[in-house]
Design a protein around this ligand. Structure first.
Ligand code: AMP
Length: 188
């Protein structure tokens, strides 16, 4: 497995997934082209393709933990963890996790937020894959990297279903390679 990357251009599954994404203009605020992945979930073939591509990427990579970001990273991350036979760790918005937490603040395309992870969910030295639905500025994935590092884990790679093409990928630190399924153009 190379560092970061995309699905091969000749893989027909990518177009099927791309076609299943609904774009809602001006949500949650004016100027945001919201990429609605709930329409992938309505299409069992597109949803299966998405999970299959993630599984193909990470099987055999000795992944100990898949960590998914609330909310939509949970949807794609949990089936990946089941398929890989590894642990799943939810990275949640503040105040949602009942146990003691580690936390990290971050900035998204339209908000400032914080993510939390249960203390002990990731053990020192574990190999972790971060999963989210989308990368915009890259702030969320960076916060996930910092959170996993706080716990002593090693991030193997981050995976996003969609890259919005806002340059977030280029701004990720060296030790956070990114794997993307659908590369969006800014006018899409
Ligand atoms: P960022 O941290 O800026 O890379 O933003 C990525 C996070 O914000 C992901 O968890 C996305 O679910 C959400 N997000 C940001 N922009 C959009 C968008 N245009 N459509 C859907 N989700 C978005």
């Amino acid at each position: 497995m190379g560092k970061g990357g995309s699905v091969g251009a000749d893989d027909e599954r990518v177009q099927a997934i791309c076609d299943a994404i609904r774009v809602i203009p001006d949500f949650p605020k004016p100027g945001i082209q919201f990429q609605d992945v709930t329409t992938i979930l309505l299409d069992p073939t597109a949803f299966k393709h998405t999970i299959d591509l993630l599984v193909e990427r990470y099987q055999g990579q000795k992944v100990d933990v898949v960590a998914g970001f609330e909310a939509r990273g949970l949807i794609f991350g949990a089936p990946l963890a089941v398929a890989l036979g590894c642990a799943f760790v939810p990275l949640r918005k503040p105040g949602k996790l009942p146990g003691a937490t580690l936390s990290e603040e971050y900035v998204t395309e339209y908000s400032t937020d914080r993510i939390e992870m249960h203390v002990g969910a990731v053990q020192a030295g574990q190999r972790v894959v971060l999963v989210d639905d989308l990368i915009a500025t890259g702030g969320t994935l960076r916060a996930g990297l910092d959170l996993v590092k706080k716990a002593g884990g090693n991030v193997v790679e981050a995976a996003a279903v969609i890259d919005l093409g806002l340059g977030g990928r280029q701004k990720l630190p060296e030790d956070l390679p990114l794997f993307v399924i659908v590369e969006k153009q800014l006018d899409e």
